[in-house]
Design a binder for this molecule. Structure first.
Ligand SMILES: Cc1cc2nc3c(=O)[nH]c(=O)nc-3n(C[C@H](O)[C@H](O)[C@H](O)COP(=O)(O)O)c2cc1C
Length: 356
């Protein structure tokens, strides 16, 4: 039943953004969405960290914060989904309104502030999904409560509880909407946190790949330091990048001065540059997930050629609906073929290598 079709996506855009999001999640939760028409072609299959991805295109964190609609989301044709950010205790997040459309800019601003039902509800939802789910890779993105006295401990709590349920875990240290959180992605604080995380993983029955998600504002020496730390602590990879607090001059929409993180088209070039830079800094030895402003197959392919092993979408999906998944999947396969790559992994980082 094609309820969340193009018509559905257009109708949702007439509602206030957070209401529309709730309606879309409700439809997805009840499986009232049309499933992808075809499976991704074999050229898009990839194996990373022992996980099989039918396609490198995933859904970014923040769409399904409580892991309520995983079955419906996978049915749409994503190769992987990242649920969360989840925090140990439930929290209401910032007062509404806290999500704004910048339609003329193809962008959103959000200051949700890790609203969610908390770790136990989240874990229950994932456990139920696991009993009957598709088996496609599920990432879980973890965070800290705003009023926590020991934020590093919050990450340990989430990691211990969720590692058995996750195919990978992302440490979100880069949300701009929890004051002070970003200070954890640099220097001593990062070293201490990663130390605790890797000690926790070492004690698990089954090790889980750990990712760090970085902010686009991280630049030069600070960025190099975070990349170094990820490699020193043997993380599975980095996710580049979260929303930005920058407000480019080009923004036209009335909501441009709202506080929060900007996502979508204006983030595409900064995220692409960050991908290029981190691929260079890590010598192509650290798997990278690219996210930020991807709204077409061309954007996704450019991110892969710059160094991304996988890509994720959020804002583009909000504006274009499920059709974007089919467009990117088909467009990536066509581009690989046109460039003579048998397989997606061959295209990862080729632009960086040819520039060297
Ligand atoms: C409404 C909204 C909520 C988000 N919540 C989270 C979150 O909870 N955790 C997280 O790591 N990223 C979150 N993000 C950031 C996205 O995962 C992604 O990194 C960012 O939006 C850039 O991708 P895009 O331009 O395709 O949207 C959120 C983004 C939006 C728009």
């Amino acid at each position: 039943m094609p309820l969340l079709s193009d018509i559905g996506a257009a109708a949702l855009r007439r509602l206030p953004p957070e209401t529309a999001h709730g309606v879309a999640l409700g439809l997805l939760r009840r499986n009232l969405v049309s499933a992808a028409e075809s499976a991704p072609p074999p050229s898009l299959h990839c194996t990373l960290w022992g996980l099989e991805f039918a396609s490198p295109l995933g859904l970014a964190a923040g769409f399904d914060k409580d892991a309520k609609a995983l079955r419906g989301l996978f049915r749409l044709g994503f190769g992987f989904v990242e649920a969360g950010t989840v925090t140990p205790r439930p929290q209401a997040g910032n007062p509404r309104p806290r999500l704004f459309r910048l339609a003329a800019d193809g962008a959103l601003i959000n200051r949700m502030g890790f609203n969610g039902a908390g770790l136990e509800v989240f874990a229950g939802n994932v456990a139920r999904y696991r009993e009957s789910g598709s088996g496609a890779p599920l990432g879980i993105n973890i965070g800290a409560n705003r009023d926590s006295g020991d934020r590093a401990e919050d990450y340990v709590t989430c990691l211990e509880r969720l590692a058995p349920l996750a195919d990978y875990i992302t440490l979100n240290l880069s949300s701009p909407n929890t004051p002070g959180l970003r200070s954890l992605q640099e220097g001593e604080a990062l070293q201490r946190l990663l130390g605790r995380m890797t000690e926790t993983v070492a004690k698990l029955e089954r090790p889980v790949p750990l990712f760090l998600k970085l902010a686009p504002e991280l630049k030069d020496a600070a960025l190099a330091e975070s990349v170094r730390a990820a490699m020193d602590f043997d993380l599975a990879g980095l996710i580049l990048c979260n929303t930005t607090t920058a407000r480019p001059e080009s923004l036209r929409s009335g909501a441009r001065s709202e506080h929060g993180g900007l996502s979508g088209a204006p983030l595409c070039a900064p995220a692409q540059n960050m991908m290029r830079e981190v691929y260079r800094l890590s010598d192509g030895r650290l798997p990278l997930i690219g996210v930020g402003g991807i709204a077409s197959a061309e954007d996704a392919y450019a991110r892969i050629r710059a160094g991304a092993s996988l890509v994720q979408i959020y804002t583009g999906f909000i504006y274009r609906g499920p059709r974007l998944i089919a467009d990117i999947t088909a467009g990536l396969a066509a581009r690989l073929k046109a460039d003579g790559f048998e397989h997606i992994q061959r295209a990862v980082g080729v632009d960086a290598r040819s520039a060297a």
